[in-house]
Design a binder for this molecule. Structure first.
Ligand SMILES: Cc1cc2nc3c(=O)[nH]c(=O)nc-3n(C[C@H](O)[C@H](O)[C@H](O)COP(=O)(O)O)c2cc1C
Length: 332
């Protein structure tokens, strides 16, 4: 993954970026991202995404992709939808979801939880860019070697299954070696943070938590409210649920009668069986125990996606003007 001095050129792989109004992906989220959120994001001018795992019934993925395509076609400058494929061997639907995606030919696919090597050739042959999420420089290298067009850098404090690298160090380390598209995942909830991601050398920001608290997200009202009410200090990191480090809303554990102190970082999976037999059944991760990232501190309301994207664009412009003013005072 050699760095190209022309990395900022807006050609080739990067042409896709011109199709968005703002350099941002409304990130894919299990249970939370449905067609309403994706369509609203794309029509507002940012990349929309959803994990194909959200389409549980036979034929649903095809139906969602068709609906997204049709409704986005009503807005001529809609940004692309970039579906998310979980490429881990535990995904039993990987092959069939891949076939459906290839039939719909989105501009790009985001792969997560594993190496893209098994799916990248088929996607690229179909003219679909492959963007892979990675949490270490080693995995970034492997994804680049497998032909990734883009890398999504999961950093400390990201919602969902997180990374633990410092974003400054991680972006700089990967940008030195990789001249494709880079998106920064973790910690962004406003236009200033989005601009900062670009200042570091990223092409795109990647926001999940901020989009949970929107009207179109498929999250229950209490989940959205809890995001608005929570601060960064209320985010609890554990690998107890799946073995992978995941950021949770502390108060969603408490609401299920669970003690956050029992959900730490350890070598073993925490077994939810201890809770089975409880009246009402055991709480389910993602459905009853909710995830969010450090970016919760920047979420104070539940707007529509269109209102949110307008606000992000305004903040981004203001931050850019402030940076230009600062830059003009630097003696070079
Ligand atoms: C509730 C929730 C579910 C998520 N599900 C997925 C998923 O299915 N696939 C995926 O690639 N990332 C998933 N993520 C991670 C997001 O795509 C993104 O990396 C993360 O939300 C960025 O950090 P932020 O939440 O602080 O903005 C999820 C995140 C959250 C909060």
């Amino acid at each position: 993954m050699a760095a190209d001095p022309q990395a900022s050129a807006d050609t080739g792989t990067r042409a896709i970026l011109r199709r968005a109004r703002l350099p941002l992906v409304a990130a894919p989220m299990l249970l939370v991202s449905g067609p309403e959120l994706v369509i609203a994001a794309c029509r507002a001018g940012v990349f929309g995404s959803f994990p194909t795992a959200n389409c549980r019934e036979e034929g649903r993925l095809d139906e969602w992709l068709r609906r997204i395509g049709e409704e986005c076609a009503e807005t001529p400058d809609a940004a692309p939808c970039v579906p998310n494929l979980i490429v881990h061997r535990s995904n039993p639907r990987l092959r069939q979801d891949l076939e459906v995606i290839i039939r719909h030919r989105p501009a790009a696919v985001i792969t997560s939880v594993g190496s893209p090597a098994a799916v990248a050739p088929a996607l690229r042959d179909a003219g679909i860019q492959v963007w892979c999420d990675v949490a270490t420089v080693h995995h970034a290298q492997r994804a680049a070697d497998a032909g990734a067009d883009g890398l999504i850098l999961l950093t400390a404090g990201a919602g969902g299954q997180t990374g633990n690298a410092n974003p400054f160090a991680f972006v700089r380390a990967v940008r030195e070696r990789f001249d494709g598209i880079i998106a920064l995942s973790g910690g962004q909830a406003d236009g200033a943070a989005l601009l900062a991601a670009q200042a570091l050398g990223c092409d795109l920001g990647y926001m999940g938590t901020r989009f949970i608290a929107t009207r179109e997200a498929r999250a229950e009202a209490r989940y959205k409210d809890l995001i608005v009410e929570s601060e960064l200090d209320d985010i609890h990191l554990t690998n107890a649920l799946s073995g992978l480090e995941t950021n949770l809303l502390r108060r969603s554990l408490l609401a299920q009668g669970l003690d956050p102190a029992e959900f730490g970082i350890g070598p073993k999976r925490f077994s939810m069986t201890a809770l089975e037999g409880r009246e009402g059944g055991a709480p389910k991760r993602w459905r009853d125990i909710w995830s969010a990232g450090h970016s919760v501190s920047g979420v104070r309301d539940v707007p529509s996606v269109a209102e949110l994207v307008d606000r992000l664009a305004r903040e981004y412009g203001e931050a850019a003007e402030a940076m230009l003013a600062l830059a003009s005072g630097v003696r070079r």
